[in-house]
Design a protein around this ligand. Structure first.
Ligand code: ADP
Ligand code: MG
Length: 308
């Protein structure tokens, strides 16, 4: 699959401060690309460069294999981190105004807004003033306005930050659906909960540098340690522990189980398979829990940032 957006060796300084140092990313068409990193890593700076709000000091960004030009703005829907709506304007009025700025006719904008307001169950907000809305409610309106003109690239900067878990989930599902309908999505976050369900690709920024990137599934393979979490029932825990210790690297595991069993993390050597382990275990005990420990995006994030 081809890349819709490519950033090549992008650097940006603010005075003496380096906000981006030679950062490159490639966002495949039709993917959900997570731009991850702690506060201050440079995520918003890169996003602002992609949106031509900030100019890079060096490096080039390509959309559809073409260096960014003014007309590309129409191809991008951008939800900024700092979200501003005109407080005294009414919701419907403002949504219609913003939609027309994106090039939609008034009647088309009305039609699409009605669709989205019904979909998100916010139809009765139409005549409210923005200042009457909570932060999360205003954010929903901005989300709608961002996606309304069906741009091929959607960029959400910290899209979940103002939402409660229920509304964050609704937005998450909408993002997945937009992707399924053909949009390419870049979103930034410093919190990892949303990453597992959403991202197929990630790039991790830390102090202006990209320190990790790739397909999330490949990165997980790279970080996995061949460790299995097992629950064992035996009438001689001490003896079984001793036997296992001689053959594997083991440590105490921590998971919930209905049984009062021996809970261990068992790390395999590279030549051993999960079936080898399972066969060994079943010959010595009853196995009632067997689960490969796959590192979460959060584990990977913390480990990689620490090592840098
Ligand atoms: P992130 O979005 O990953 O939290 P940002 O890209 O917003 O990080 O910021 C990266 C760094 O660049 C921060 O230390 C921030 O203070 C700095 N920075 C961002 N924009 C400006 C600016 N316009 N002037 C000076 N410093 C800036
Ligand atoms: Mg930011």
């Amino acid at each position: 699959m081809s890349d819709l957006l490519v950033a090549n060796s992008v650097s940006k300084n603010f005075g003496n401060f380096k906000a981006l140092n030679d950062v490159s990313i490639a966002v495949p068409e039709g993917s959900i690309f997570g731009l991850l990193g702690p506060n201050g890593a440079g995520k918003t700076t890169l996003i602002r460069i992609i949106n031509q709000i900030t100019m890079p000091d060096s490096g080039t960004v390509f959309l559809d294999n073409e260096p960014l030009k003014a007309h590309h703005i129409q191809d991008i829907g951008y939800l900024p981190e700092e979200r501003g709506l005109y407080k005294s304007m009414k919701v419907g009025e403002q949504a219609l105004y913003l939609a027309q700025l994106k090039g939609l006719s008034k009647s088309e904008a009305k039609k699409r807004l009605k669709y989205w307001f019904d979909k998100l169950d916010i139809g009765d907000w139409w005549h409210k003033k923005i200042q009457e809305l909570s932060k999360g409610m205003a954010q929903k309106i901005q989300f709608v306005v961002t996606v309304l003109h069906k741009p091929k690239l959607l960029i959400f900067d910290e899209p979940f930050s103002g939402f409660d878990p229920i509304n964050a989930n609704i937005i998450k599902d909408e993002i997945l659906q937009l992707r399924d309908e053909g949009a390419t999505v870049i979103f930034s976050t410093h919190r990892m909960e949303s990453v597992e369900e959403l991202c197929d690709h990630i790039a991790l920024l830390h102090e202006a540098n990209k320190i990790l990137d790739g397909k999330l599934i490949d990165i997980k393979h790279q970080f996995k340690t061949n460790t299995f979490e097992v629950g064992l029932v035996t009438n001689n825990e001490a003896k079984l522990t001793q036997i296992l210790k001689e053959k594997f690297e083991i440590s105490q595991a921590d998971f919930r189980s209905l049984n009062n069993d021996l809970k261990l993390n068992i790390k395999l050597k590279s030549q051993e398979s999960s079936n080898d382990l399972l066969r060994f275990l079943t010959s010595h005990a009853e196995v009632n829990h067997f689960n490969e420990l796959v590192p979460s995006a959060n584990d990977i994030f913390i480990q990689t940032v620490r090592n840098n």
